[in-house]
Write a protein that binds this ligand. Structure first.
Ligand code: ADP
Ligand code: MG
Length: 390
């Protein structure tokens, strides 16, 4: 739907194609014709959020298996368990044995958010920096990954008194838009869809099934989707809430149906510079993914997932794309699912990605948490080819 940020044109002077490189600062400089170099660098930020224990997890039928060490490090299944009550009544010999079998694995991420951290702080250290990239015409995508009940929707949508990062990101986007309004005109529209059982449905226009088309000029196009132009972040919260109610099952019901749908919120940004008339476009995609519990059973160990009848195809395809991007393979299997086809222009390549891995702190979600941490570790390895002016 959006044009690529860079238009490759034939140079009359050189054999090679050149790229019109847009200025990376916010200043309204005219585009310059330069050759570019490609550098390979990580262009994904992976953060982990640990949600507070719930009432089911507060008795002595469980123990805490995630210990946040600092802003970047956590320990999964620590030997020195933070919850000594778990050992109450347990003999010293058994305690020692239990400690021996504990994994005590240290994981490092770009940021780790402990249980007391609010949505506003998650926003500050995850999606807030994306706004400058969008202003530079770079497509950005944000994924909330994790098992059902791990806190994905709480992080993305939140609630009216504690709005999630989708709202906070949009609020910041409108703020930046105001700041730059002397410099450029903005057109900003949103879409909100769901991928459920490989069917794409419009969450802002319930009942309509959408098709994805490849367009030679605009790439992947969602035919017939309702596109809403919005003027303020306040208009947005109502739309988001409304859209969430239209999900195949209400997302707060932790049932098997709701956990299979991906909610994809997309923002299309068109900027026109007042002096030069230059047009710059960017797209932001924020995705509340389906619960990872089914797909995670096979884990991530470099092997490709085997697709089973009950496994969420789009979630597995996303995992396989992440694997391919992490291994710097030439072929990335975007075409394998609806979700990855939709996000082809927003994942890998010249895009910024934020992965928010959500986990429960409790041993009741031991396998899910372990698999999510491994998935998130894998995602950290994605490299992108970033073109910079020489
Ligand atoms: P998911 O979308 O991953 O299935 P939810 O976001 O619906 O999970 O979270 C499950 C439950 O835990 C909800 O009742 C939610 O309000 C609560 N919850 C999740 N994360 C937090 C948090 N960081 N702080 C407080 N409550 C949370
Ligand atoms: Mg949810």
């Amino acid at each position: 739907m959006m044009k690529s940020r860079r238009d490759v044109i034939k140079s009359p002077h050189k054999k090679n194609n050149l790229t019109i490189s847009r200025p990376l600062s916010r200043l309204n400089k005219p585009s310059v014709l330069t050759a570019t170099t490609s550098t390979s660098r990580a262009n994904i930020k992976v953060v982990v959020r640990v949600r507070p224990s719930n009432t089911k997890e507060s008795g002595d039928n469980h123990r805490v298996v995630v210990k946040v060490v600092d802003e970047n490090v956590l320990i999964f299944d620590p030997k020195e368990n933070a919850e000594p009550f778990f050992y109450h009544g347990v003999q010293q010999k058994t305690r020692d044995l239990l400690r021996k079998t504990q994994k005590d694995l240290q994981f490092t991420f770009h940021r780790v958010f402990d249980v007391h951290v609010q949505n506003a702080e998650v926003f500050d250290h995850s999606t807030k920096p994306l706004i400058n990239s969008l202003m530079d015409g770079i497509n950005c995508s944000v994924f909330a990954y994790g098992a059902t009940g791990a806190g994905k929707t709480y992080t993305m949508l939140g609630n009216p008194s504690n709005p999630g990062i989708t709202f906070l990101t949009m609020e910041q986007l409108f703020h930046t838009k105001e700041e730059l309004s002397a410099d450029r005109d903005f057109q900003l529209g949103i879409t909100y869809l769901e991928v459920y059982n490989e069917i794409v449905q419009d969450l802002l226009n319930p009942g309509s099934t959408l098709t994805l088309r490849e367009d030679s000029k605009f790439g992947v196009v969602v035919a017939g989707i309702k596109y809403v132009e919005i003027k303020s972040a306040n208009e947005l919260y109502t739309l988001l809430e409304q859209g969430n109610k239209n999900r195949t099952q209400h997302p707060t019901d932790a049932n098997s149906e709701s956990s299979r749908s991906h909610a994809v919120f997309q923002v299309y940004l068109k900027m026109k510079f007042k002096v030069t008339g230059e047009i710059r476009m960017a797209k932001l995609s924020m995705i509340d993914l389906a619960g990872s519990e089914r797909g995670s059973a096979t884990g991530f160990q470099g092997a490709r997932f085997v697709e089973g009848a009950n496994i969420n195809k789009s979630l597995l395809a996303l995992g396989n794309c992440i694997n391919s991007l992490a291994d710097s393979q030439r072929h990335v299997p975007y075409r394998d699912s609806k979700l990855t086809r939709l996000l082809k222009d927003s994942l890998g390549g010249n895009c910024q990605t934020v992965m928010i891995a959500n986990v429960s702190p409790s041993s009741l979600s031991y396998e899910d948490t372990y698999n999510t941490l491994r998935y998130a570790t894998r995602a950290k390895a994605i490299k992108s080819s970033i073109k910079r002016n020489v």
